[in-house]
Design a protein around this ligand. Structure first.
Ligand code: G4P
Length: 532
């Protein structure tokens, strides 16, 4: 039952850094993750986590489908220690498996590292994830990756970040040498040159040589001169590290490097520890802060079902917000008031599960056999607390779902309800007809997981057929009345009562918005998941 309260919890929280990496596919998130583990000493050689050549094919036994497709569907939580800090890296699923999970993971993070490919700058998926970070004022550290090969002028990229996403980049390190001929960085805090030396494929930490400015000028010639001129320019425009605006999500400390060769990785990891915030008390639904030292509390931000087909288990990932978690304690499930035993709690490293014995604010625990828990649910010990649910974002993909065999309709409904609860897809029904739902998602993979599980777990094969809709917005009753009979739009509802207006195209949405300037068309679906 009760976890220790008080003693040591704040100290433990202060040691934690909980963050996620946001990036477009191929910008280098996986490589960087490996390199963080290398620098933290959690692996002795990069490539140990997933053999590099087989990385894309790395399999886990969580789902047959994962094996068929050779990708990892679940997001993984990696915990490692670095400089006496406990770092929790929440992996946001990438490209092909982009899904609402990716958004939800950010609800559990206290900061994000945005990885940009120096040749490409801001790309579509980075932008989407960035918007989610912005909606939460999440502090963002920027890493300009792949500087070891030809790319764009970094000053131009600074402009792009400032103008496209309205985030002021404040370079902490600045490259010496152009992309492709990367020699090292100026640490703008000290003015020193940090020279990097390559190691074979970056398998081990790179040797770094600290060189005083006058010596660097002699040895690096033009490259040094250009770098120092650019640094003066940055100082003139005031692009200097500013912890306050960083913490409020307005400016972003920027680092330059190459995850492949390890250049700049240490600086970045140091920044996570030195700049990113430690877990702080979180607001509950009433806007009251839950002190870190109070009884255990946390919320479910992700549910992974069927990780082990032999056991048909469900793991609910809980972000700890306050208190001291000890395995075996019994907590209260806020929506039902029922006790929940945490005998089976695990942390997950890659596809290996380890039993976890204790956790502190900022940590993530995986609760096994948690089929009653929903995304957004609060668990607590001691004083009751309910955290706000996790907002969902407007889905972008819509299909109709029909049971292939009408004789299996009951199984179909059961699977539909269960997966809706877990947040696998959003389920929408016409306002007056509840038989053929539309499934809505932000990533195609969500439909594939849905269809696979419905067939194999619930025994009801499903046919998914296209719909004409491509855009959704949350709306309200007053707007619904106005939309009646509008071409190119329809209104559907979720089980929690949230109404969604679906449009055939952005064009139709804009037209309707013009017709009804006082209508409600929200991107963030404030009707939350989880809180019944
Ligand atoms: P992702 O998780 O963001 O999708 O990216 P990932 O780390 O898988 O990296 C995508 C590709 O970019 C990989 O090459 C990786 O080696 C390469 N890469 C990552 N960081 C750097 C860097 O700093 N410099 C350079 N030059 N390349 C980098 P690949 O060809 O897809 O795989 P592999 O054959 O190298 O394993």
């Amino acid at each position: 039952m009760t976890g220790a309260t008080g003693t040591g919890i704040s100290e433990q929280a202060a040691r934690r850094r909980t963050f996620a990496i946001i990036s477009h596919p191929d910008a280098g998130k996986t490589t960087l993750t490996e390199k963080f583990l290398l620098y933290a000493g959690a692996v002795t050689e990069a490539g140990a986590v997933q053999a590099r050549s087989g990385r894309r094919k790395a399999t886990s036994d969580w789902m047959a489908m994962e094996q068929q497709r050779g990708i990892s569907i679940s997001s993984t939580v990696l915990q490692f220690t670095y400089r006496d800090h406990v770092v929790n890296l929440l992996d946001t699923p990438g490209h092909r498996d982009f899904s609402e999970d990716t958004y939800r993971v950010l609800a559990a993070a206290d900061a994000a590292v945005m990885v940009l490919d120096v040749a490409k700058g801001i790309e579509a998926q980075t932008l989407k994830l960035f918007e989610v970070c912005r909606s939460r004022n999440l502090p963002i550290i920027t890493f300009l990756n792949k500087y070891d090969r030809p790319g764009r002028d970094p000053l131009e990229l600074l402009d792009e970040i400032a103008s496209q996403i309205k985030l002021s980049p404040t370079p902490v390190t600045w490259p010496v040498g152009v992309p492709g001929d990367f020699r090292g960085v100026i640490d703008r805090r000290t003015g020193d040159f940090v020279r990097f030396t390559r190691t074979v494929r970056g398998a081990t930490a790179v040797p770094e040589e600290m060189v005083a400015a006058d010596q660097a000028a002699r040895q690096e010639g033009d490259a040094w001169e250009q770098a120092t001129e650019e640094c003066s320019l940055l100082a003139e425009v005031g692009a200097d590290l500013d912890p306050k605006s960083f913490l409020s999500g307005e400016s972003s400390p920027m680092f330059v490097g190459s995850a492949l060769t390890n250049f700049g990785v240490r600086h970045l990891l140091d920044a996570v520890v030195d700049l990113a915030p430690a877990p702080e008390p979180r607001d509950d639904v009433a806007g009251e802060l839950r002190p870190l030292e109070s009884g255990l509390s946390g919320f479910v931000f992700k549910i992974q079902a069927n990780m082990n087909p032999a056991h048909r288990d469900h793991i609910a990932f809980v972000r700890v917000c306050s208190g001291h978690f000890e395995r075996g304690m019994t907590v209260t499930h806020a929506p039902t008031g029922r006790p929940f035993a945490t005998k089976y709690a695990s942390s997950v490293f890659g596809s290996d599960r380890e039993t976890i014995d204790e956790a502190f604010p900022g940590d993530v625990i995986g609760l096994v056999n948690a089929s009653d828990l929903r995304i957004g649910d609060t668990l607590y010990d001691g004083d009751r607390v309910v955290f706000p649910g996790i907002p969902t974002f407007a889905p972008e993909l819509f299909v109709r779902a029909r049971a292939r065999d009408t004789g299996r309709y009951k199984q179909f409904r059961r699977g539909l309800e269960q997966m809706e609860r877990e947040g696998v897809v959003q389920v929408l029904f016409d306002l007056d007809d509840g038989t053929v739902p539309i499934l809505a998602a932000v990533g195609q993979m969500q439909f594939e997981v849905f269809a696979h599980r419905l067939e194999h777990e619930f025994g009801a094969a499903v046919d998914l057929s296209p719909t004409p809709y491509t855009v959704a917005r949350r709306t309200d009753d007053a707007t619904v009345a106005k939309l009646a009979g509008t071409t190119g739009a329809t209104v559907m509802k979720r089980h929690d009562g949230t109404k969604l207006a679906l449009f055939e195209s952005m064009f139709w949405l804009q037209r309707v918005e013009k017709q009804h300037p006082d209508g409600c068309f929200e991107v963030i679906l404030t009707g939350t998941t989880g809180q019944a």
